[in-house]
Design a binder for this molecule. Structure first.
Ligand code: ADP
Ligand code: MG
Length: 246
């Protein structure tokens, strides 16, 4: 459904992503794990065209093109079919939960106010926040704000949703409610690519795990392959460290 080949990204003379492949099938829940600074955020942002990749190829919907040759039309086609959930929620503080979810429906998808409102309310219901629709971000907990962030993504009905460490800004007691929403989406068959340090989510919910270090994929496989029989020393070391810290 989405194919990324040999994606490269530099910042100045610094090669951050050194040629990464990704194959996403309908219904996949793919987790990307790896140490801080390995390029996970840059990878998600490059795929979704929030950052401009320097090289590589994307096949997605009607787009079959090199990243450095994407037209405005290609970029629009990609953006209209992906959702993004940010580490820090990225909500508009001067808009209510409902207005935040409606925004993309009105602006990007150009729905009528009535249609946008209906779609947004359904999305808020899905994340358990119907009764908080008129609250501003400052009146919501971090977990609730992130659930609004997820509602905003699912309301757009994208082909695939990218999550960039969706729970890492949260107090520990709020992580569970966000992971539960993500598990529910996974169970419904929503296609997701999730950067996370939550190893239990990677192990129990995802069907593919990608371990990245220094802008390269070190190892990829099923959760059983990665967590029970990692082949690479670097993978074993990372898992030992992260499990010791949890
Ligand atoms: P991760 O999400 O795995 O922690 P990032 O993708 O945020 O990693 O960062 C990977 C590397 O790219 C880091 O060395 C970071 O300093 C660098 N980097 C990220 N964004 C920028 C930027 N806008 N300009 C320059 N360097 C950046
Ligand atoms: Mg990151």
């Amino acid at each position: 459904m989405l194919t990324i080949e040999a994606l490269k990204k530099n910042y100045g003379s610094n090669e951050i992503l050194k040629g990464i492949d990704l194959q996403v099938e309908q219904g996949d829940v793919i987790t990307i794990i790896g140490p801080s600074g390995s390029g996970k955020t840059t990878f998600l942002r490059s795929i979704t065209t929030l950052e401009k990749a320097n090289a590589g190829h994307i096949i997605f919907g009607n787009v079959d093109q090199d990243f450095d040759k994407l037209s405005h039309q290609d970029i629009r086609a990609i953006r209209q079919n992906v959702g993004f959930v940010f580490q820090n929620y990225n909500l508009f503080n001067n808009k209510t939960a409902l207005q935040n979810v409606m925004e993309g429906l009105l602006i990007a998808q150009k729905l009528s106010h009535k249609e946008a409102r209906e779609r947004a309310l359904k999305a808020l219901e899905k994340v358990g926040l119907l009764e908080r629709q008129d609250h501003y971000p400052a009146q919501l907990s971090g977990g609730q704000q992130q659930r609004v962030g997820i509602a905003r993504a699912i309301a757009l009905n994208p082909k695939v949703i990218f999550f960039d460490e969706p729970t890492s800004a949260l107090d520990p007691e709020l992580v569970g409610e966000v992971l539960q929403v993500m598990k529910d989406l996974a169970a419904e068959g929503v296609t997701m690519v999730v950067v996370t340090h939550q190893m239990s989510f990677a192990r129990d919910v995802s069907n593919k795990v990608i371990f990245m270090v220094d802008g390269q994929v070190v190892e990829a496989g099923t959760p059983a392959e990665i967590f029970e029989k990692p082949k690479e020393a670097r993978t074993k070391q990372f898992l030992a460290e992260i499990l010791a810290n949890n």
